[in-house]
Design a protein around this ligand. Structure first.
Ligand SMILES: [Zn+2]
Ligand SMILES: [Zn+2]
Length: 253
């Protein structure tokens, strides 16, 4: 339990207990910080809070979403990164009905309140990845080129380190505003990306992509660097193409 300011002032006048008070205050400060710090290695820790999906709805046009009556069921994987005493939420987008409060409960169980979140990152601007951006009142939003907080829109360079070991890189293709994250974890470098939606490395050809050639260029450049891969409608997996050329086919584990 932390001491109130009033109690702390009184203790200053009690020399015999001064040391104990100092220790208690220091313990309180340490407890509140250690919630957000991976103390074991100092590397970033990625936690999947919600696994996304993309599925057809029977009798409706699934792909591409360009017909007037097209409908599909989809949601985005929401994740947490803790590193260097900082907390980042990735892709707080659309989730299945009733799931958002459960995500907030998971954070609360980890001792993280919405106000504690230091940054929110989105991999691109479509609403399926941005629906809950406003849930974290103190967190600047980071995208492929800028940081947004209140009325300030400040630019950042490519390969920008948001928090220690978490770097945002531009990967245009699905849209011009795409980026991915390279995250330095205990298990190696994790590529968090929308360049593939699913863990079977599909879609190979993005049905709603703006620039397939660009998408393929960044896929090839980044995939070989990664030990782990996290497609942002899927979940974290080992990268089957570490130090190899991606074969451009759906992946079967
Ligand atoms: Zn999109
Ligand atoms: Zn998406």
């Amino acid at each position: 339990m932390c001491l109130s300011e009033e109690s702390q002032v009184k203790l200053k006048h009690l020399r015999p207990v001064l040391l104990m008070a100092a220790l208690l205050i220091s313990a309180c400060a340490e407890t509140s910080r250690s919630v957000h710090t991976n103390l074991t290695s100092g590397k970033a820790k990625v936690t999947l809070l919600y696994k996304g999906h993309v599925q057809p709805i029977e009798g409706k046009t699934f792909l591409p979403w360009s017909t007037h009556d097209g409908v599909r069921s989809l949601s985005t994987s929401v994740f947490l990164i803790e590193s260097g005493g900082k907390v980042l939420i990735g892709d707080p987008g659309e989730v299945r009905k009733g799931e958002w409060p459960k995500i907030m409960d998971k954070l609360a169980d980890m001792g993280i309140s919405p106000e504690d979140v230091d940054y929110v990152w989105i991999d691109h601007h479509h609403p399926d990845h941005t629906m809950h951006l406003g849930a974290f009142p103190n967190a600047p939003v980071v995208d492929f080129w800028s940081i947004y907080k209140d009325e300030i829109w400040s630019d950042h360079p490519d390969n920008f380190e948001i928090i220690p070991g978490v770097t945002v890189v531009r990967t245009p293709g699905h849209t011009e505003e795409d980026s991915s994250l390279l995250v330095d974890t205990d298990e190696g470098v994790m590529l968090i990306t929308h360049m593939w939606w699913h863990n079977n490395l599909t879609p190979v050809v993005d049905p709603v992509g703006e620039d397939q050639a660009s998408l393929d260029k960044y896929r090839k450049a980044l995939l070989r660097k990664a030990d782990l891969l996290f497609p942002t409608h899927g979940e974290i997996m080992k990268n089957p193409f570490k130090n190899k050329e991606w074969d451009g086919k759906p992946y079967t584990p």
